[in-house]
Write a protein that binds this ligand. Structure first.
Ligand SMILES: [Zn+2]
Length: 221
């Protein structure tokens, strides 16, 4: 006789619990969500807005981190024999005018001009990370900057429009194609304007060096 009321009491208690639980969860969730949502929204927006302006500096931070990491003692730099000539096809290293330091209007030539037919593949001389893929109409045209693992930055200019298969931040292997020879930007004919920088491309302390000895060394392999 006492069982039934006892069961009913239990059932009532369970029902009360069941009703109470979701209600508590809802109110709890709502209570948590309410303050975070308004507070979180502007934060997220601010972050997004800041993020829009940040990529370059983020990249610089990443570069700095990468460079710092590379400065840490580790295995010796991979021998020069592992480099790949940056043009995969018939080419000419040209004459004096093609050389690093040759006079140009208002400046001196900061790279070496490798003459080659339009469409010939341009290759990464060494493994590294693509730092920049940009277009400069009144100059470099379509160009790529490779932050290589050998401590150098390699710059490839006047690439053929639409030929660049890589994006900034991408890792590439030595010999991987990063574009095609072209004549984009301020260029009088198909050639690869090739620059080699030590200390970072246009970074503080960075400077271009003559690519010719390197090109000649890589060409014999
Ligand atoms: Zn040039």
């Amino acid at each position: 006789m006492h069982l039934r009321p006892a069961l009913l009491t239990c059932a009532a208690a369970l029902a009360a619990l069941c009703l109470a639980a979701p209600a508590a969860a809802d109110s709890g969730g709502g209570a948590v969500a309410a303050p975070t949502a308004p507070a979180g929204t502007p934060t997220a927006d601010g972050g997004a807005r800041a993020g829009g302006a940040v990529p370059a500096s983020t990249r610089r931070h990443r570069r700095r981190r990468a460079r710092r990491r590379r400065v840490v003692p580790r295995a010796p730099v991979v021998p020069a024999g592992d480099h790949v000539f940056p043009v995969a096809g018939a080419y000419s290293l040209g004459g004096e005018d093609a050389r690093f330091g040759a006079p140009r209007t208002g400046h001196t030539h900061q790279g070496h001009d490798i003459s080659a037919a339009s469409g010939i593949p341009v290759l990464a001389p060494f493994a590294g990370t693509i730092d920049w893929v940009r277009f400069q109409r009144a100059g470099a045209g379509h160009y790529v900057v490779l932050d290589a693992d050998d401590e150098r930055d390699y710059v490839f200019m006047h690439l053929r429009r639409g030929s660049i298969p890589v994006v900034a931040g991408q890792r590439v292997a030595a010999g991987e194609q990063i574009g095609e020879v072209g004549s984009s930007g301020e260029s009088s004919g198909p050639h690869l304007h090739f620059e080699v920088w030590v200390g970072g491309w246009y970074e503080k302390g960075g400077a271009p060096v003559d690519p010719l000895p390197l090109l000649q060394a890589w060409a014999t392999r």
